[in-house]
Design a protein around this ligand. Structure first.
Ligand code: GDP
Ligand code: CA
Length: 318
């Protein structure tokens, strides 16, 4: 059984963690977003890849969902004292990840291989696959102008209205062979509950990747990141609203209509199920809020079981 999971940061990592614990070693591959990547203090930072990596390694800070549990802030304070950029919280141990990544990239190693090295070093028994090895940068159009993603998201705390989203460099980004192979090999493909516009959006925007997923033989199942029209964390609901999408689970279903065989929606959204089924996908209604590790594992297991039920019905269509 091979499982592929598309994941952004904190929301995606929770379900990826549940899948990782519910499957035999090396059965899971996680396809990660690199459009949040940026350079700070000369270091290459991959926030979404690191959130997934730390979660799978069992090292993630359980309160924030990002960063390392028990990390300290000595370097950040010292950088601030020296007049350096101090608005993005990097813990001391976290900084070691960025130093090591930057060092290996500078030696000419592609991000795919760098990420694999880091995951192996942390004892992770699954592949974490960057969506591309090429530089892609999300930029957000706001009333204050076009902002680099972390400027909008962290520094300005995603308060600005969003008039547009751009993935700079995406037209030249190439899908790595590791990703193409993982899509072809998958027995099921999950879209974790991540921001559809700035976490899953960039993954689907790598030229050719959306088509590969559309043509995949495996059942494709997403979990809605919106519950009762609200994001549990971050600006997914406001962004969708600002850009003219309906900020509900039905709006999520419409964004992915060409890609999904099934959508998992929360019990509070049960009344949307008929309208979502009318779009041509199956619906599973369950509790989708992952408060703790037990919730993650339970949701992952429900989804694996549901994918087994969907697979025979889909087979003749492929
Ligand atoms: P980021 O990159 O750290 O911002 O995280 P993601 O893009 O992966 O995830 C953000 C989305 O995850 C938000 O829209 C949240 O509503 C959603 N999310 C977070 N936790 C949960 C959860 O427990 N269940 C569900 N269904 N969605 C969640
Ligand atoms: Ca992110």
């Amino acid at each position: 059984m091979k499982v592929l999971a598309l994941a952004g940061g904190v929301g995606g990592a929770k379900l990826a963690g549940g899948l990782y614990h519910s499957l035999p070693p090396h059965s899971l591959a996680v396809l990660g977003n690199t459009a949040d990547d940026f350079t700070l203090w000369g270091l290459h930072i991959s926030p979404d890849l690191d959130t997934v990596m730390y979660t799978l390694a069992g090292l993630a800070n359980p309160v924030t969902g990002w960063g390392l549990s028990g990390d300290t802030w000595v370097t950040l304070e010292a950088i601030r004292r020296l007049g350096g950029e101090g608005w993005f919280a990097l813990g001391d141990q976290d900084i070691a990840t960025h130093i090591r990544r930057t060092e290996l990239l500078a030696q000419g190693m592609p991000l795919t291989e760098v990420t694999e090295r880091l995951c192996v070093a942390l004892g992770i028994q699954t592949r974490l696959l960057p969506m591309t090895n090429d530089d892609v940068h999300t930029e957000v159009d706001t009333p204050a102008g076009r902002l680099p993603f972390q400027e909008y998201f962290v520094r300005r705390q995603h308060r600005d209205d969003v008039h547009g989203i751009h993935f700079a460099g995406i037209e030249n980004a190439v899908v790595p062979a590791t990703v193409t192979d993982a899509i072809a090999a998958a027995d099921v493909i999950f879209f974790c509950p991540s921001n559809p516009l700035v976490s899953i959006g960039p993954i689907l925007a790598v030229p050719g990747l959306r088509e590969q997923l559309r043509e995949a033989k495996a059942p494709r199942i997403a979990v809605s990141p919106l519950i009762g029209g609200v994001a549990l964390k971050g600006p997914a609901d406001k962004m969708m609203h600002d850009l003219g999408f309906e900020a509900t689970t039905l709006g999520i279903a419409r964004l992915y209509t060409d890609l999904l065989d099934g959508l998992v929606i929360d019990t509070v959204d049960a009344e949307l199920a008929p309208a979502i089924r009318d779009l041509g996908m199956q619906v599973l209604v369950t509790d989708t809020i992952m408060h703790d590790v037990a919730d993650r594992n339970r949701l992952a297991q429900e989804m694996l079981q549901w994918s087994d039920e969907l697979r025979p019905a889909l087979a003749p269509m492929h």
